[in-house]
Write a protein that binds this ligand. Sequence first.
Ligand code: CA
Ligand code: CA
Ligand code: CA
Length: 136
Amino acid sequence: MNASITTLSIGFLTLASSIAFARPPHAAHFDIDQDGQITRAEVESRAASKAQEVDADGDGLISLEELQADHARRQLERMQARLDEADSNGDGVVGQDEFSAQIVEHVFARDSNNDDVLNAADRGERGARRPRPGQR
Ligand SMILES: [Ca+2]
Ligand SMILES: [Ca+2]
Ligand SMILES: [Ca+2]
């Protein structure tokens, strides 16, 4: 009994942290009515939807397996997005050249003055040019 309560608690903590950290808590996700403010009711509504989604067998309980499946699904989506982004010639496959170019591009996204050198001159504007995942 104690073990299952602990498992459940860990499950809910992981669920809470996965909602809070795995996806950035930006307005588009939580601000359901798009009024620029995130209310507790909106977060509660999103959290309830998420709990329902994770509870794949609909028994009202979040099991470790269900949480693991949800985590794996989101991880797969992120990896697919990364592959889609790397496929610069749009042929549906990612060559080593495309993969390595993506890494270089991500690193040099911090090169705010475009001199192909990352140094102190680029600090302070860190991330300014960096496209969000999925944007081109
Ligand atoms: Ca709102
Ligand atoms: Ca369940
Ligand atoms: Ca390709």
